[in-house]
Design a protein around this ligand. Sequence first.
Ligand SMILES: *[C@@H]1O[C@H](CO)[C@@H](O)[C@H](O)[C@H]1NC(C)=O
Ligand SMILES: *[C@@H]1O[C@H](CO)[C@@H](O)[C@H](O)[C@H]1NC(C)=O
Length: 443
Amino acid sequence: MAAPKSNSLLLLFVVMFMVVVPTIRAHIAEYDDYWKAREKEAKTVAIDAFDPSPEDVNDDFNKNVEKSIFGKNGTRRNLKVNKGPCKATNPIDRCWRCRRNWAMDRRRLADCVLGFGRRTVGGKHGRLYIVTDPSDNDMLNPKPGTLRYAVIQPQPLWIVFGRSMIIKLKQELMVTSDKTIDGRGVNVHIAYGAGITIQFARNVIIHGLHIHDIVSRPGGLIRDSVHHFGLRTRSDGDGISIFGSSHVWIDHNSMSKCEDGLVDAIQGSTAITISNNHFTKHNETMLLGASDGYSGDIIMQVTVAFNHFGRGLIQRMPRCRWGFFHVVNNDYTHWNMYAVGGSAHPTIVSQGNRYVAAPLMDPKHDAKEVTKRDHATKAEWSKWTWRSEGDLMVNGAFFVQSGVPFKKKPFSRYDMIKAKPGKFVPRLTRYSGALTCWRTSPC
Ligand SMILES: *[C@@H]1O[C@H](CO)[C@@H](O)[C@H](O)[C@H]1NC(C)=O
Ligand SMILES: *[C@@H]1O[C@H](CO)[C@@H](O)[C@H](O)[C@H]1NC(C)=O
């Protein structure tokens, strides 16, 4: 096809100009040859990851959701299929959760991701690495057995935990490419210290962690790979910070109370799926694109699916800039300012979510509107494509749409559930957050 090719070419030009724009908030005190090389490589991967026709990905996603709910031939799903307590209720989970041998076949998880991050395999082709030591005392020569030691290794690794533990990170955890951090089967908390940073990297899965009470740390000399360490400035206190990275899947984590965002993806990050997470007790929940002035975020493509945005959340679920955001089948039960917002003309397709507005405590405080546009006049934002399709609005919640509707494909099977798919959301998101599961039985 000719069209996508010329799109990529155009994009390449845009991105080439971006390189001269100084990188914002990189927290790299000394931009040495090592980081320059990593940035360059990460950008190439990100451009490759960018999909010039994102609607196709959405259709793909919707078909899978439909199969999960209605079964393969369009009839209602037979709930008796899952004998016993395990009921995987959405297509990502159905791919692995109720298998008795899931713990013997952990890498199967890597085949389960859908949406823009669907090519993420993490450490699928690497060895299993077992974290046995929760300490984090040496930033330059991390002790073998610690999480920090595991994530800086050059080869792909599937990282698991030998026992339940609380890891208090002294500084940001600098995760390198081709890693899976898999907290299934034990209870792992990343808490009361710095958060997880995926910077100029690709292909990372973070699954099954409790991430909370993350605070800003002063920075300093930190080893970011086996062959390099560098000086970093103060970290923001994000739970998970995705920076100039692509092919990232954040699934089934329980996240709350971080000093900055719970999940932030910025600086031209793309090909990301954020699914099955349970977010609570936080103000600025999810930032996708940090600057109206950074057009490099035009390649950003993010799927936000099956998450529960729950108790104590205030805003940014997510807050978007520039790119294309598919917000699908999430449960929104608490927002105090707004749920989905943005600036710099992002495209937002909201499908089959359930938006439950809070009862108004203070009539002056309008918490009924789902959406919020910043830094634009109505004449400007009315051209941005923000569409709500099949969302379930509860308690007077409303979504202010703008821009042109997406054209529908005839006979698309997801049209069937499009009429009221939002009502399935409580079921689809029932098991959001880190799962409690044993190695020997279905998860
Ligand atoms: C749908 O599948 C069920 C069993 O899975 C089968 O009994 C039924 O005949 C199928 N219906 C159609 C229309 O294919
Ligand atoms: C949340 O953050 C915004 C700034 O983005 C601030 O104005 C607001 O007061 C905060 N709300 C709470 C409850 O902390």
